[in-house]
Design a protein around this ligand. Sequence first.
Ligand code: ADP
Ligand code: MG
Length: 373
Amino acid sequence: MTEIEASNMLVAIRVRPLSQKETSVNDKDIIRVEDHLLIVLDMNDFEDRKNILHRSREQRYVFDRIFKDAANEEVFQSTVQDLIHPALSGINACVFAYGPTGSGKTYTMIGTNDDPGIAVLTIREMFKQIESDTDKIYEIKISYVEIYNEAIRDLLIPNSGYLDLRDDPIRGVVIAGVSEFSVESTDQVMSLITAGNKRRTTEATNANQTSSRSHAVFQAMISQRDRVTDTVLDVFQGKLSLIDLAGSERGTVTENRGLRLLEGSKINRSLLALANCINALGDKTKKGVFVPYRDSKLTRMLKDSLGGNCKTIMISNISPAASQFEEIVNTLKYASRAKNIKYKVQANKKLVALHITEYKNIISDLRSEIESL
Ligand code: ADP
Ligand code: MG
């Protein structure tokens, strides 16, 4: 269980259907998917090519998984489902929904009643696996926060003030004072998420302006111990983070120079920092590249997930519409870069055991100090 496993960031692409609005203005679907692995942007039948004169008429990209015309359940089963068992065994896991505003991030993460999203399906699967495990006792605590304009707010309580990040010597970066709810059923989690979503800045009157700029971070902290031995040394702790990112349309990726801040544009700082971290982590050419985790709240919060002991999935969302060509290409390039990120993953048990040894040493030192008085 404590063996080290090498793993790459799994990058999936999800293509949403043409919207009614796109169909009504006769926008065309330019995306073809082959074998769930190859995505082809086909501009051959696209009349209005004013923005793409310098590009070839077909572009091809390869990814780990590509979904088009798929329900959330199918996306879940071939991506996040594989993270549930590791997360329950003490491994950190992290899922990002990335993409421009309107590309389907929230649909993928939260979904609808008819097509429940990844968050619901994840929790449902977690409880299913927990219920069928007769050897272990689990405790799941959840938190749900929003990062908007570099301020963190708790979505699980009404009228949350702003929360700070702190470096905890044992737990890593923590959100000081965030509420953590112990949960025992999918329904309970769902009502918390639903209430939380209503508190997102997205629900403000100028929803379109703000919704695209806030990140929602849902985290489940799982601890597990053996029912029989029940010793503290057998504690495993895993953390599963599901992140509905702000719209990526304010950033642009150029192939050679990575992501650049467009002058004068109000790019989302956390998203830019995430892109810079991904660029640095995915840079195969240099060793020991500096990763700017400290540049934003989001990357500080996710440091242990992005660069550390974690299994990570990025679901990049795109519209299939010809009018979105530039955003589609930007998203696919960004996602291609993320594919290079590698991890070494290990259950957190050893870490916990290590801290306990440290505490034991401290206690025995104190004891001998007292005895010598
Ligand atoms: P984002 O969160 O990226 O801004 P949304 O998830 O809100 O985008 O999606 C934009 C619109 O497209 C919504 O009306 C949503 O219901 C619809 N939509 C997105 N993805 C799908 C999908 N896979 N199937 C059906 N409708 C979708
Ligand atoms: Mg959204």
